[in-house]
Design a protein. Sequence first.
Length: 408
Amino acid sequence: MAGPMRRAPVLLLAAFACGSPDPGASGTATAGTSSGTTEAETSAGAETTSTSTSTSTGDATTSTSTSTSTTTGVDTTTTTTSGETTSTSTTSDTDAATDTDTSTGGDPLDDLLTLDHVQVKGTHNSYHVEPPIPFDASHEYSHAPLDVQLADQGVRAFELDVHEGLGGFEVYHISVIDSVSTCDAFTDCLEVIKGWSDDHPLHLPVAVWLEIKDSTGGLPIDAGDLDLIDDDIRAVFPEERLLTPDDIQGDYASVRAALEDGGWPTIASVRGQVLFVLLNTDDKSEDYTYGFTTTEGRAMFARVEPDQFAAPWAAIAKLGLSDDASITAAHAAQILIATNVCGAGEDDDACQADLETAMANGIHMLKDDFPAPIQGKTYWMDLVDGNPARCNPVTAPPECTSAALEDL
């Protein structure tokens, strides 16, 4: 894990001690570590060996042909003697690939289920490592590296705080007082995600939320810098690995028109992809959406507020977990919803109650500071009927099963 970077000092450190609040969401951050089963993907080519022997004695001819074919762990042997054929097929328990992913892919439900039928586990400030001297209880948590969260903890939604440094974009919470990260450079964080994704191409889409910050450290970030963030995303992820607003819009006039008419794409069409969401709803969002008009050509979706659900670029929101009216309206508009569930310093019983509320309300991305059990705390985000995902209780059809989505 990379060590802490030196950050430029900022003024009014006391004002940052409680972290940077996110409107419309609850919770701050704490996380633990856990052990789990690493996902693995299996694939192998086809290999065929054929041997033929013919013996002729007088009028009698005996011909024996043996063929062995191996494809993705299935061995088939066929023997033909004097016009009679015997075929034996044996399935091996050992896959022929070096990767050992057991995640679901190609399920018959892949063409029925769509992205909004899913409910996944996510983390808040997903890069965060507890500083040597925490200034506030909300800083007292450490997340595992992003690939460990993906593989062992079943996390499928991340949140990264992006600042601009002298040498490029950096990921940390607050300069000086809370600046330790599992991946310091923004592109390094993306490479960690892509590396895991490369090895597990059948995973559900991974959502990466970016909060663009220049009030808690770093240089001022303007509209041109937002273009550079798009460039960094596309420098790591090729277009076929990204799920972008243009992919949803297709031939429609807008993202909103596409969702209202055709809805979200099927799971079959988005496995192995990553989507990015701009978390900000301030002037940076206005710049990114060209005056709140469109996300055409952008690498990221942009978060919408409830009064923007009809906007042409409206697709994804982050809401309070008990904001029933807005959640109902978002579901009606086929908008994906995220929320913060539990943060450091919050009571275990209250966290459990909030998790149950968020799950029952059909929120798609449940961001939490406790994606795995930690010592001294009884609560952690346990999706008991799905790992890493479960069927959304509000939007999924009755045929849906968590194992059909992805199964660790």
